[in-house]
Design a protein around this ligand. Structure first.
Ligand SMILES: NC(=O)c1ccc[n+]([C@@H]2O[C@H](COP(=O)([O-])OP(=O)(O)OC[C@H]3O[C@@H](n4cnc5c(N)ncnc54)[C@H](OP(=O)(O)O)[C@@H]3O)[C@@H](O)[C@H]2O)c1
Length: 268
């Protein structure tokens, strides 16, 4: 029996697994022989025949990994119904795979909001808090009800380098990012022996940058700028950043940790 491939046969739930970093975690978990449930957003305004992002991701994954055991769910997690929706996700995931979730990864995040102090309003603070305070906090509550009370199970949330490296216009997001590190550490105590950790990525080449309004050309320029500045000479790739999440699921000795994968961004 393999001692190091600890994800084989485990059920990994990736909330935000339809694209970006979460999609990398999905692919990595499948390559490690896990069974996977991924969650993407639900866009009510799509034409009825148009697939939601989770369905699109499943079609791509099935083409890449035909024998994979993976299902996709679509849900808008930026609403007041978040606790009931998360509850339903765990229930559906267990029903579909015939086994409870072992590991939860949260990479879902809506487009980042950059705000100069003069533009900050209570409404905008609450908008940022939806997916970066309310969702991860309620996820801890719901995960406790569904994961086996064991160090074999884990929750991994996502923060970002802005928690430590200030940037003009990012105060509200910096507050959330720093708070997420505190949340991971405290949930590790509240949920023990279930392990709770966070990944702190630096800049990563994902659709997040288009989602905040950059055109493809502007995004390419931004990525080139990072390539020139970072000690690694390359903005983060999903296939590398996903490793931090895969590691935290595997290492039964890791809890309350913040794993950083940032191309040396802290050195510049
Ligand atoms: N990329 C970076 O440079 C970077 C750096 C530091 C930290 N981070 C953080 O890492 C996390 C993942 O980032 P990423 O770059 O992978 O982002 P991404 O490529 O934009 O993916 C975001 C994911 O969140 C889902 N999502 C968005 N709104 C949702 C909603 N209302 N309900 C449910 N799901 C929703 C998306 O689903 P759809 O596919 O349906 O849209 C997608 O699966 C985020 O928290 C981000 O802030 C990213």
């Amino acid at each position: 029996m393999a001692r190091y491939n600890k994800l084989a046969g485990k059920h990994v739930l990736v909330i935000g697994g339809s694209q970006g970093i979460g999609r990398g975690v999905v692919d990595g978990a499948i390559e490690a022989q896990a069974v996977v449930t991924l969650v993407g957003s639900y866009r009510p305004n799509l034409p009825p025949t148009a697939p939601q992002s989770a369905q699109k991701a499943i079609a791509q994954i099935k083409a890449l990994y035909p024998s994979s055991s993976v299902i996709g769910l679509s849900c808008d997690l930026a609403t007041d119904n978040v606790e009931a929706d998360l509850e339903n996700i765990f229930v559906e995931a267990k029903k579909a795979h015939g086994q409870p979730v072992d590991h939860v990864v949260l990479t879902a995040g809506d487009p980042l909001v950059m705000l100069a102090p003069k533009d900050i309003t209570l409404e905008k603070i609450r908008q940022v808090a939806r997916m970066r305070l309310e969702l991860p906090t309620i996820l801890g509550k719901v995960a406790e009800r569904h994961l086996e009370k064991s160090r074999e199970c884990s929750v991994t949330i996502s923060t970002g380098g802005i928690a430590e490296q200030p940037n003009p216009g990012w105060s509200v997001t910096a507050f959330m990012a720093a708070g997420l590190t505190g949340l991971a550490r405290n949930l590790a105590v509240d949920l023990k022996p279930i392990r709770v950790n966070a990944v702190e990525p630096g800049p990563v080449d994902t659709g997040l940058w288009e989602a905040i309004g950059l055109t493809p050309a502007q995004k390419a320029e931004q990525m080139k700028m990072w390539d020139g500045k970072l000690p690694t000479g390359k903005v983060g790739d999903v296939v590398d950043v996903a490793e931090a999440y895969l590691y935290l699921m595997r290492d039964r000795n890791a809890t309350g940790e913040i794993v950083k994968t940032r191309g040396g961004a802290h050195l510049i």
